[in-house]
Design a protein around this ligand. Structure first.
Ligand SMILES: Cc1cc2nc3c(=O)[nH]c(=O)nc-3n(C[C@H](O)[C@H](O)[C@H](O)COP(=O)(O)O)c2cc1C
Length: 185
């Protein structure tokens, strides 16, 4: 199964980096992170052999990272050098155990060494799903045809308009602003 999360890493001088990543849950408890090359998440993980997976329902962070807004509050991790998102509902601190290199998308197999819950899961929300899917479309702009992007956005707007709160509307507006900017250039 793939979980859409925010991965936080640090570089070799301790500078944090946050990026949305779909992480692959493996039988036996391992977690595989698959960054496309080039990636700061990849180079940080290889340098420090550690990362944090943040389970987070504030979709502004997903949309923010895709639209140049990466400055979200962080708190120090407990068992590894690194940080977790202050907005995370839960986080897992990971150690890198194995690298399956690949010219396009290496597979970094990690083991969670410390799991922390911060706040309860609030239930599913369709607008959050719409924002996540729109953020994925944004990450593929230039590779997808416009008619596919337009028809997917039209469908995603249904769940958004029925169920969004303020955070979801703001995240959606950042993504639409970027898409319109890209479309007109
Ligand atoms: C929900 C979601 C899941 C994503 N999953 C991945 C992923 O598994 N691998 C990847 O390389 N990029 C993924 N992306 C795109 C990255 O977040 C984005 O390209 C990011 O800048 C990665 O590069 P970085 O490590 O240099 O920040 C995802 C984006 C979204 C919105």
């Amino acid at each position: 199964m793939i979980q859409e999360t925010i991965v936080t890493t640090i570089d070799d001088v301790g500078k944090p980096h946050i990026a949305p990543m779909g992480v692959h849950l493996q039988a036996g408890g391992g977690i595989a992170i698959l960054p496309f090359k080039p990636s700061l998440t990849l180079s940080n993980l290889l340098a420090t052999r550690a990362a944090v997976i943040n389970y987070c329902d504030d979709v502004r962070i997903f949309a923010g990272c895709l639209t140049g807004r990466r400055d979200w509050p962080l708190s120090p991790a407990e068992k590894i050098k690194g940080y977790f998102l202050s907005a995370a509902l839960a986080h897992a601190e990971l150690e890198l155990r194995q690298v399956e290199d690949d010219p396009v998308r290496p597979r970094l197999i990690c083991i969670p060494i410390h799991n922390v819950n911060h706040a309860p899961f609030q239930g599913f929300n369709r607008a959050q799903h719409s924002v996540l899917e729109a953020a994925i479309l944004v990450s593929r702009l230039g590779r997808l045809p416009w008619d596919k992007i337009n028809s997917e956005l039209e469908y995603l707007r249904i769940g958004l308009e029925k169920t969004a709160g303020e955070r979801e509307w703001q995240a959606w507006s950042w993504l639409m602003e970027l898409i319109e900017h890209y479309r007109s250039n």
